[in-house]
Design a binder for this molecule. Structure first.
Ligand code: ADP
Length: 482
């Protein structure tokens, strides 16, 4: 089976969040299950630098204002189709905006172009390639499915995966004439969304199946509280909606071989983690003591609930905890965290920016990872935490609810607990969970059992990839039956 994945990010070439990890790991997991996945990605500078151009598979004399071409490439073990369009993607800054964080004003054009090319590939325009399924990730890839539906490949089955419903790609109606879609597409069951154009909305309408990255989030997005305005549409499509939890790349995230750690370790050699904890203390200027180090590795945004952490931070420190934070994003949150670090020298350390290597060291050296998200489609950092014996303390929402087993009395005595959950999203509930964790930490037998249970959990892609294969097969069968 041939699957075309269309994605705006792919690890290790370009990453701003969990989507990149998923888009990079899924093809490798599927390869082991008889599915050949090729990934269409924008030719950002970091992607173009990873391969040598040969003859293009497709060429466009004018794709939204400039020349473009699609190249087949093998890079970082991935089978890529790279959309080389310098006027759209060859820019200094991030994939979606400049260095100050401001969105590129022509994002609609950049990702409409990606979608159009995806639909051309879906329709067999590149000689010798015609995928059986198209799998689009998030709003940036969603227009692929709209272009397919309105002419380019109406009969190829498709999957739209929502990694985060908060990002929808909504644009003013004025762009519609430039999209090259028929007028009939500008309707309620097409691309029209609250009077403008909605890229994700268009993909949700056009997809044969919709998936999101955990079963709980799949249920949550059917409610007004989590549906971000799309719950009505999602409910209409509930019969085609699936929740498949993400796995992680267990080769890259392996404490036994991780070169970012000061000391590698396994479930049998957990005491070796101490050297990593020491390295974390050095890096974050934390005091050396026997108490736990809590950590955060996160985008700093409202979604992640870090304002709630800030509201209880003094109490965590007063209770004997230390905190190491790695994050970037919202200036207000960054400022508040830096102020806390200044207030609690030796107890709170903050590194701002994006640092893949440090994120590994923290999982390998801290005692617990805090994930107090208001909503979390799947979440990856708690899965890395499980694998590294860094016990997750999480809000009971979305994928966090699906992947962590709360250490209540029954779960502890049955030795199945892997972390701590709290609800509702409040400082009191969060603090209570942190205190439960501190209490457990004080008993090394209990704490080690939590760590070991987590390290035993299957967080690999195997099961999830099998679910995608099952879904792809069912869509192909359905299409043949139609
Ligand atoms: P989201 O995709 O919403 O940001 P996830 O938990 O699904 O959240 O994925 C976040 C990914 O980004 C994880 O791989 C995490 O380790 C990584 N990450 C987040 N912030 C940073 C940072 N400042 N430095 C390094 N890695 C980070």
């Amino acid at each position: 089976m041939q699957v075309l994945s269309v994605t705006p990010e792919i690890f290790p070439l370009v990453k701003t969040g969990g989507l990149a990890d998923v888009a990079g790991a899924l093809p490798l997991a599927l390869a082991g299950q008889g599915v050949a996945m090729r990934s269409l990605v924008p030719g950002y500078p970091s992607v173009m630098a990873a391969f040598n151009k040969k003859k293009p598979l497709l060429a466009y004399p004018d794709l939204h204002g400039g020349r473009a071409a699609v190249y087949a490439a093998h890079a970082a073990g991935l089978d890529l189709l790279v959309l080389d369009a310098p006027h759209l993607f060859e820019r200094i800054g991030g994939p979606y905006g400049d260095a100050t964080g401001a969105d590129w004003p022509d994002n609609w054009r950049r990702f409409a172009a990606l979608g159009l090319v995806g639909a051309d590939l879906a329709g067999g325009k590149a000689a010798g390639y015609s995928p059986d399924i198209v799998h689009a990730h998030d709003w940036q890839a969603a227009m692929t499915l709209a272009y397919m539906r309105y002419g380019r490949a109406p009969s190829v089955p498709s999957v739209m995966t929502v990694h985060n419903l908060a990002f929808q790609g909504s644009f003013p109606a004025g762009i519609f004439p430039q999209l090259g879609l028929p007028d009939s597409a500008m309707t309620l069951d097409g691309v029209e969304y609250y009077g403008g154009v909605g890229f994700l909305k268009a993909g949700l309408q056009a997809a044969s199946a919709i998936t999101t990255v955990s079963p709980t989030y799949a249920q949550e997005i059917r409610t007004p509280a989590f549906g971000m305005g799309l719950d009505g549409l999602i409910n209409l499509r509930a019969g085609d909606l699936h929740g498949i939890v993400n796995g992680i790349d267990v080769e890259i995230w392996n404490p036994e071989t991780d070169r970012h750690l000061a000391a590698t370790y396994s479930a049998e050699t957990l005491t070796a983690r101490a050297a990593n904890k020491r390295a974390v203390e050095e890096r974050f200027n934390l005091d050396h003591d026997a108490g736990p180090i809590f950590c955060v590795v996160s985008r700093l945004s409202w979604q992640k609930g870090l304002d709630v952490l800030i509201s209880i931070l003094d109490q965590i420190i007063a209770g004997g905890g230390r905190l190491a934070v790695l994050g970037s994003g919202d200036q207000g949150l960054e400022g508040a965290l830096l102020a806390a670090a200044a207030r609690h020298r030796g107890r709170v350390g903050v590194v701002t920016g994006y640092d893949e290597a440090l994120s590994h060291l923290m999982q390998g050296g801290c005692d617990a990872i805090l994930v107090p998200s208001r909503f979390e489609p799947c979440g990856l950092t708690q899965l890395y935490g499980l694998r590294y014996g860094c016990v997750p303390i999480v809000a009971r929402t979305g994928g966090l609810a699906d992947t962590i087993i709360d250490a209540n009395e029954a779960a502890i005595s049955a030795s199945v607990a892997t972390g701590f959950q709290f609800a509702p999203e409040s400082g009191d509930a969060f603090l209570h969970a942190v205190r439960r964790a501190m209490h457990a930490y004080a008993d090394p037998t209990v704490w080690q059992s939590l760590q070991l249970q987590g390290m035993k959990a299957d967080v690999s892609w195997d099961r999830s990839a099998a679910k995608y294969v099952e879904l792809y097969n069912s869509l192909i069968l359905k299409q043949t039956a139609d």
